[in-house]
Design a protein around this ligand. Structure first.
Ligand code: KIV
Length: 263
């Protein structure tokens, strides 16, 4: 059965943890679906992870749509959530609805995610929900605000910041978000927020007290260099070895052999 916003809420009610990963293409999405991942996020992290950019600010709607369509093609059961890229929702509510609508209509996303508080985007979130588009919030380290935040730093360390994050989380729930990503905040704060909310929290660098976890998939198979990622399998090394062996065999003339050639 396909996972929906309702399934995720029920999982929280039953205290079942939710497993999300990012994906950016068809074969990866297909494997995640087969592996039983609950929801797949086409994150604007594709700017860093796939496009080799320094940040997420140059990911456009057209690029997002391109990747959302590929991931849609790979999913049957897992829910598909698409990030709203930089300036796709910050300019006006109307533009936000049109852009989120494209991710749903053209891309096949079942929900969108946007970064920032309800103080800034409460009207946008309500507009999207009114248009039938479920919205996932995102607080803590919000990479689209990197220049304001002054770098990729842990957020919510001071009492004042922590109090504000608690309020912001509740406000996003009240504005209509169905779930909330908490990125790079202290574990205890994330656990408190998760306990206070009825909607599921999905942590990345926010400890085990969240209702679910998300990772950028490259980071969990050998590319990750941050404290909060774990190398579940060193796929990077295996790919590197495969590419090197291929190059060597081509140069030595041992590939293709007769077995890999036509008569
Ligand atoms: O862009 C992204 O991949 C994200 C996740 C890391 C939460 O926002």
């Amino acid at each position: 059965m396909q996972i929906t916003t309702h399934s995720l809420k029920r999982k929280k009610e039953k205290r079942e943890k939710i497993a999300l990963l990012t994906a950016y293409d068809y074969p990866t999405a297909m494997l995640m679906d087969e592996a039983g991942i609950d929801a797949v996020l086409v994150g604007d992290s594709l700017g860093n992870a796939v496009m080799g950019l320094d940040n997420t600010l140059n990911v456009t709607m057209e690029v997002m749509l391109h990747h959302v369509k590929m991931v849609r093609a790979g999913l049957n059961r897992a829910m598909l959530i698409a990030d709203m890229p930089y300036l796709s929702y910050q300019v006006s509510r109307e533009e936000a609805i049109r852009n989120a609508g494209r991710l749903v209509m053209e891309g096949g996303a079942q929900a969108v995610k946007l970064e920032g508080s309800a103080r800034l985007f409460g009207d946008v979130i309500q507009g999207l929900v009114r248009a039938g588009i479920p919205v996932m919030g995102h607080l803590g380290l919000t990479p689209q605000y990197i220049h304001q935040l002054g770098g990729y730093k842990i957020q919510g360390r001071s009492d004042e910041q922590a109090r504000q994050l608690q309020l912001d989380a509740m406000d996003l729930q009240n504005a209509g978000c169905f779930a909330l990503v908490l990125e790079c905040i202290p574990s205890e704060l994330a656990a408190q927020i998760s306990n206070n909310l009825a909607i599921p929290t999905i942590g990345i660098g926010a400890g085990a007290g969240c209702d679910g976890q998300v990772l950028v998939w490259y980071d969990m198979v050998g590319w990750g260099r941050t404290k909060f990622t774990k190398n579940f399998k060193d796929v990077r090394s295996e790919m590197l070895e495969a590419f090197s062996t291929y190059a060597e065999e081509v140069r030595q003339g041992t590939f293709p052999s007769e077995e890999h050639s036509f008569e």
